[in-house]
Design a protein around this ligand. Structure first.
Ligand SMILES: *Cc1c(COP(=O)(O)O)cnc(C)c1O
Length: 415
């Protein structure tokens, strides 16, 4: 249980807002696929004295004194990540997923080098070379997408673009792609054209750790991830790579991009990795996917159009074009019904990114609460009702009351 007594004594305004956020996280169905519930142990480490310590450098090679225990903590995090993912080298210092990717570019590329990555509107991530970001402005990125019919990554297009553009780096990994990614096929293409392969598993690292999605670790030069999505740790980032890239990657993170590591996050990550090494975490990963498939089945019975027809992982992309409602209006109606997701572009979307045609929904947080297929079918019915009646405030608050009653049966972990 979170005790905000100290915060309340100093700053009742912030204490009240935190309390309200706790209540929100308890009372609604959180379907944003990048979100989760970290455990109480992870939250406690995040709020610990480790935040007070500076420790620029790496284990055994620090620039300041007083590192006996920090080295122990960072060493444990690295050792557990190696064990969990089978990685040759691990860097646990990236502040989050975006700086982790930037550190890879800094470590392996020169400004102006070519990148081949997945297009943002087809499910890729901003940091993979999209023009508004530093990754798109300092490097020459070209983008592959999904096939117009199957909505699956078009590996023929990836191969053709790799041969044509000869990128120095190929990136696979996505934020809104519901299917398995074929890391071996990407590695073969990268090898053929002499490119490095970066697999960004920010969304799916918990599924990979739990054996519910194939691992890129044997195939990719570098694997980047966040630590707070399906991996269920603190907000942070992590890089794994082949030993031959260890120096370049470590230098890319520090001193290339960052100063002192966030030791409170490293401590919390070490704990989350220990949790992910337990057999129950494999059950969690498998159940997250099963729940997502149950939710897909439920939505299909209500004639929802799922991008690619369904899912292999923790998320679904729903194209609402056939429902005569935009993603933004649907997401707002759902929020009034206690169901929180985000509007999302769908591949080949004809609407603008701020109010796109789809919504993105995922099951990592609900599965952490212990929900199963029965709850997913109930949820599909509620989603259908809310999207059919987006202006009916009474109907939406009626659903929100039922949602809260369901949430009360499945207490939110950690809070
Ligand atoms: C979430 C995400 C990131 C960025 O992570 P932040 O921690 O938000 O910076 C990077 N890549 C992918 C594929 C993601 O989904």
């Amino acid at each position: 249980m979170t005790d905000n007594a100290h915060i309340r004594a100093v700053d009742p305004d912030v204490a009240n807002l935190i309390d309200q956020e706790i209540q929100r996280q308890r009372d609604v169905l959180r379907l944003i696929p990048s979100e989760n519930y970290a455990s109480a142990a992870v939250l406690q480490a995040t709020g610990s004295c480790l935040t007070n310590k500076y420790s620029e450098g790496y284990v055994g090679r620090r620039y300041y004194q007083g590192q006996d225990y920090i080295d122990g903590i960072e060493g444990l995090a690295i050792q557990r990540a190696k064990e969990l993912f089978g990685a040759e080298h691990v860097n646990v210092q990236p502040y989050s997923g975006s700086p982790a990717n930037l550190a890879v570019y800094l470590g392996l590329l020169n400004p102006g080098d070519g990148i081949l990555s997945m297009s943002l509107p087809h499910g890729g991530h901003l940091t993979h070379g999209w023009k508004v970001t530093i990754s798109g402005q300092y490097f020459n990125a070209v983008q592959y997408g999904v096939d117009k019919d199957s909505k699956r990554i078009d590996m023929d297009q990836v191969a053709a673009m790799a041969r044509e553009h000869k990128p120095k780096l190929i990136i696979c990994g996505a934020s809104a792609y519901p299917r398995i990614i074929d890391f071996a096929a990407f590695a073969e293409i990268a090898k053929e054209v002499g490119a490095y392969l970066l697999a960004d598993i920010a969304h799916i690292s918990g599924l990979v750790a739990g054996g519910a999605h194939p691992s890129p670790v044997p195939y990719a030069d570098v694997v980047s991830t966040t630590t707070h999505k399906t991996l269920r740790g603190p907000r942070g980032g992590m890089l794994m790579c082949k030993s031959k890239h260890a120096k370049a990657i470590d230098r890319g993170v520090f001193p290339g991009l960052q100063g002192g590591p966030h030791n409170h996050t490293t401590g919390a990550l070490a704990i989350a990795l220990k949790e992910a090494l337990q057999p129950e975490f494999r059950d969690y990963a498998a159940q997250t996917v099963r729940n997502c498939q149950a939710l897909a089945d439920g939505l299909l019975t209500h004639d929802f159009d799922l991008v690619s027809g369904g899912t292999d992982n923790h998320l679904l992309l729903v194209d609402l074009s056939n429902k005569n409602i935009s993603g933004k209006i649907a997401a707002k109606a759902l929020e009034k019904a206690g169901i929180v997701c985000n509007a999302n572009s769908v591949p080949f979307d004809t609407r603008k990114p701020f109010d796109p045609s789809g919504i993105r929904i995922g099951t990592p947080a609900l599965t952490s609460r212990g929900m199963g297929p029965d709850e997913m079918h109930q949820l599909a019915d509620w989603i259908n009702s809310a999207i059919n009646l987006p202006d009916d405030e009474t109907a939406l608050s009626e659903i929100a009351r039922s949602v809260k009653a369901l949430c009360d049966q499945f207490p939110a972990p950690g809070i």
